[in-house]
Design a protein around this ligand. Structure first.
Ligand code: SF4
Length: 393
């Protein structure tokens, strides 16, 4: 392990501990990350998607000293690089200064595991407590719970955070064993998620609970991930699930595994939305024989193209859930269509466009008062359609 010869300043630490926090995602898939200059200049400020749009999170690890040795992770014990830590007050003060300067909108606080999970969690809890109590910060905090941390401490954290999360990393023990030699999927990760779900049920957190998967490092299939995601949404009422495409780190055992294509990550997000908000079941998702989603077409269009018996849908009669199945119609536009119908029948493509539908796509799947007006063009298997899925994140 390399030693630092000169005492690092707080800003030096931010550069290092902010950079290594990037693998904890909480926002926009890489395919659509905005290349904002300001965000690039500060390696510890990350874009995330909030209710009102894109927010800037001050995202940092309390320490990168780690007892863990996960095969993919930059912070793993056996990797030789500079180790560094913030004291709780140093980190709390720094964050509040950045917030007061208007450079960030919220805090994402996490840590590697130094000593035991509970010891590390005590340090981040102190930071959390100081940010709230000493510095009086009232805004958004996403607080990462470490697997194996004790339950009493989790309860204390829940009282100060807006969101709690614990990373499951892989869809089951078999895949997790390819990522980590020590973590136990059921007794540590799933049990931890269950605990924060219970806390959220007893006293709902403002921004709920979330989890995260690493995609593409363990040979898991999209189907494995999304089937588990579906169960997690139903059982634990997760606010969101994040999917972090694997990226190989030098000097780790997985350095020669190819990175996850950003499009794979994006397709999984799209399918996740179909499960969470569009009434789809995992069995309805258009997995290929390989168990993965097609990359050249968004999953909702793929489903529609393989179910010609369901179309065209009469736009003036369809209920909310039928509208949601139409390519080019999202949750906001489906509600607008229903509202607009109260004023009279929708008979033109302009009216459909006025409700926010992507007419170029929807017209191939609907009738307007019995009239079918397809574009006449063959459906493109275009990568960037269905972006409207992001309209309400
Ligand atoms: S526990 Fe594993 S994933 Fe977490 S910081 Fe340590 S090596 Fe990385």
């Amino acid at each position: 392990m390399a030693l630092l010869l000169k005492k690092p300043t707080s800003e030096d630490k931010l550069q290092v501990l902010g950079k290594t926090a990037e693998f904890d995602v909480c926002g926009i898939p890489r395919l659509f990350s905005p290349p904002g200059k300001k965000l690039q200049r500060f390696k510890f400020i990350y874009p995330a998607v909030g209710k009102g749009g894109c927010v800037r999170l001050f995202k940092v690890l309390q320490t990168n000293f780690c007892e863990g040795n996960c095969f993919y992770c930059a912070n793993r014990k056996d990797r030789d690089f500079n180790r560094i830590s913030f004291s709780p007050d140093e980190l709390a003060r720094l964050f509040v200064q950045y917030h007061q300067r208007g450079l960030v909108d919220g805090l994402f606080l996490s840590s590697a595991i130094y000593g035991s999970p509970t010891q590390s969690q005590e340090q981040t809890f102190k930071t959390l407590y100081l940010v709230r109590k000493k510095y009086g910060y009232k805004g958004y905090i996403h607080y990462k719970v470490l697997p194996g941390c004790n339950a009493t401490l989790m309860e204390k954290c829940a009282a100060f955070a807006d969101r709690l999360s614990i990373n499951l990393e892989a869809p089951g023990h078999h895949y997790l064993s390819k990522l980590s030699p020590t973590k136990n999927f059921s007794s540590q990760l799933l049990a931890g998620l269950e605990k924060i779900a219970l806390l959220n049920k007893e006293r709902p957190l403002k921004a709920g609970i979330t989890t995260q998967f690493v995609v593409g490092a363990a040979g898991e299939k999209d189907k494995d991930i999304l089937s588990l995601s579906n169960q997690l949404y139903r059982k634990y009422k997760l606010w969101r699930i994040y999917y972090s495409g694997f990226f190989p780190m030098k000097n780790t055992p997985l350095e020669n595994i190819p990175p996850c294509p950003p499009l794979r990550e994006f397709r999984i997000y799209q399918a996740d939305f179909l499960l969470k908000g569009y009434g789809f079941t995992p069995e309805e998702l258009p997995f290929e024989e390989s168990g993965n989603l097609p990359r050249d077409v968004d999953p909702k269009l793929a489903w529609a193209l393989s179910h010609p018996e369901k179309f065209p849908v009469e736009i003036n009669r369809a209920d909310y859930w039928e509208l949601l199945r139409i390519p080019g119609v999202g949750r906001v536009s489906a509600k607008r269509v229903i509202k607009r119908r109260k004023e009279g029948r929708i008979t033109t493509l302009e009216e459909l466009k006025g409700a926010g539908c992507v007419v170029k796509r929807a017209r191939n799947f609907v009738t307007l008062s019995g009239k079918f007006s397809p574009s006449g063009e063959k459906e493109e298997r275009n990568t960037n359609y269905q972006l409207f899925l992001w309209e309400e994140i």
